[in-house]
Design a protein around this ligand. Structure first.
Ligand SMILES: [Fe+2]
Length: 283
């Protein structure tokens, strides 16, 4: 069960997606215009959030940039599909904290009705977390970080101390005092939750996603804490490696059940099948 179904806006608009894809392809507005046949001025307008690109132009840009054309056209029309979020055999509290002009997400996950949970990412710090913390959760069994960036990993040590957390896990290679490394394929169990680690460098050199299931539950349902690997309608920038970001995005989305709910580091929840079908960066 997801406790707060308020849907925040998508993390990225068409202009953001085009800009990330241009970086990935190493293209400027001029070189993209030359290859796609779409005028540079119209590309720049789209990047400045003043897009009136036609479906034909969007298709040409998608082909040149190696993007999913259906998803790009949907974003361009302001109609990116957002799926219904189905039930889960545990409770999820999305903790949405303002970050710049958008929102950064952390998540609490635990057995419904219990006062204990596992925390995924820590937001910008303990103050930001307190503002959105559910009163019912008083104990933390563990903390997992997807990656160490200020809006996702602030105040880890304070949280470990405050809740006397026995286990705080960070991606292998991450520099994070108070955390110990968790690498590809490792499984951790806390109460009813089984957590499997996917090492997914690309956005950052050290980045993990976490797949959650409750093996003993009567009903199924899986949750992917995706950090900045994938968002609804977009993906994190490949600041460490565009190629590894692209490969890990495909690998993880194909490795988990299609009905898996994705809980990303920014923006709304989505599902694996929705993003396999529409995400501009999944082709
Ligand atoms: Fe982020």
């Amino acid at each position: 069960m997801v406790t707060n179904q308020t849907i925040p806006p998508l993390e990225d608009e068409l202009g953001d997606v085009l800009e990330k894809a241009m970086h990935r392809a190493g293209l400027t507005d001029e070189s993209l215009a030359e290859r796609s046949g779409v005028r540079a001025g119209r590309i720049l307008d789209a990047i400045d959030y003043r897009s009136d690109l036609t479906p034909d132009e969007l298709r040409r840009l998608a082909a040149t940039l190696g993007l999913n054309e259906v998803g790009l056209c949907a974003l361009g029309a302001g109609q990116y599909p957002q799926p219904a979020i189905g039930p889960l055999p545990f409770c999820v509290w999305p903790l949405r904290m303002p970050h710049g002009i958008g929102v950064a997400n952390a998540y609490l996950v635990g057995e419904c009705g219990s006062d204990r949970a596992v925390l995924f990412d820590t937001g910008a710090g303990i103050g930001a977390l307190e503002a959105v913390w559910p009163r019912s959760i008083r104990r933390l069994d563990a903390v997992f970080l997807t990656h160490v960036e200020p809006e996702h990993a602030g105040g880890l040590c304070e949280i470990v101390e405050r809740f006397e957390v026995q286990a705080a896990f960070v991606p292998q290679g991450a520099t994070a005092p108070c955390g110990r490394p968790a690498g590809e394929g490792e499984k951790k169990t806390f109460g009813p939750l089984e957590i499997t680690v996917f090492a997914t460098p690309g956005h950052a050199a050290a980045h993990n996603c976490y797949l959650l299931r409750a093996p003993a539950a009567r009903t199924g349902g899986t949750l992917l804490i995706s950090g900045d690997l994938v968002f609804a309608g977009s993906a994190g920038g490949g600041y460490f490696s565009h190629e590894q970001q692209r490969l890990n995005l495909r690998r993880v989305l194909h490795a988990v059940p299609p009905a898996t709910i994705i809980a990303p580091g920014h923006g709304p929840l989505t599902t694996v099948e929705n993003e396999l079908r529409y995400n501009p960066f999944v082709v």
